[in-house]
Design a protein around this ligand. Structure first.
Ligand SMILES: N[C@@H](CCC(=O)N[C@@H](CS)C(=O)NCC(=O)O)C(=O)O
Length: 222
């Protein structure tokens, strides 16, 4: 960790949020100490909608990171901030082409899969669009299949090693594993994605990923 940076970071988080899970992994991989403040996304209609939290993130989404009196939202922006501020353990490769590849994988998850399957979207389908649970599951799986097929193609190339890029974890792994967790929750078939499954298992063997896992959070309800 950069010596001139105080360690006090506060992460607004929810145990099952895949977006917060990404940031927890990045923080752990970098060895950064942080506190968590929990925002229950379901209880009483969701604490993310309360005025108190809207003052933290006007979008009403977790995660949010507070560091040195600055609040940063959007998991990609948070991870990039951590990368630029805590430089000892990089999660992006040095080479620009390799960096772009890592960002491509992470961005494809954060922009093309997760937003379509977020809680607010699923709730909107159920309530405003009167879709039954079968239709909602089919919607969820469609976007997983479309996104994971592309990610699997990238993970099948020689640029992937033990992890999404080479033999060290990068931001791509921080984004992949939470999305796989989420897909498993919705009983998606992961058989067609052998590289994605192999790399996820590799990541799950690391303590940084284990410590960040939803079931290991203080607000977990299991
Ligand atoms: N693009 C945002 C997505 C954040 C997001 O969708 N967070 C979800 C949990 S994973 C959330 O707070 N959902 C609450 C809601 O939909 O009401 C990011 O990467 O941080």
């Amino acid at each position: 960790m950069a010596a001139d940076r105080p360690a006090e970071l506060l992460l607004y988080s929810y145990w099952r949020s895949s977006s917060a899970y990404r940031v927890r992994i990045a923080l752990n991989l970098k060895g950064i100490q942080y506190r968590q403040k929990f925002v229950h996304l379901v209880k009483e209609g969701g604490e993310q909608h309360k005025t108190e939290y809207r003052e933290v993130n006007p979008l009403g989404l977790v995660p949010a990171l507070v560091h040195e009196d600055q609040t940063i939202v959007q998991s990609m922006a948070i991870c990039e901030y951590l990368e630029e501020t805590f430089t000892d353990i990089p999660l992006l490769p040095a080479n620009p082409t390799a960096r772009a590849r890592v960002r491509t994988i992470a961005q494809s998850i954060t922009s093309e899969i997760q937003p379509l399957n977020n809680l607010a979207v699923i709730n909107y389908l159920k309530t405003e669009m009167s879709q039954d649970s079968g239709a909602v599951k089919s919607w969820y799986r469609h976007w997983i299949e479309r996104g994971f097929a592309a990610v699997e193609t990238w993970l099948s190339t020689p640029a992937s090693g033990l992890y999404c890029h080479g033999d060290r974890p990068t931001l791509a792994d921080c984004f992949l594993v939470p999305q796989v967790y989420n897909a498993e929750r919705f009983s998606c078939d992961l058989e067609p994605y052998p590289n994605l499954r192999r790399i996820t298992e590799q990541c799950r063997g690391l303590s940084a990923f284990q410590k960040a896992a939803p079931e290991n959070q203080a607000d977990a309800e299991i």
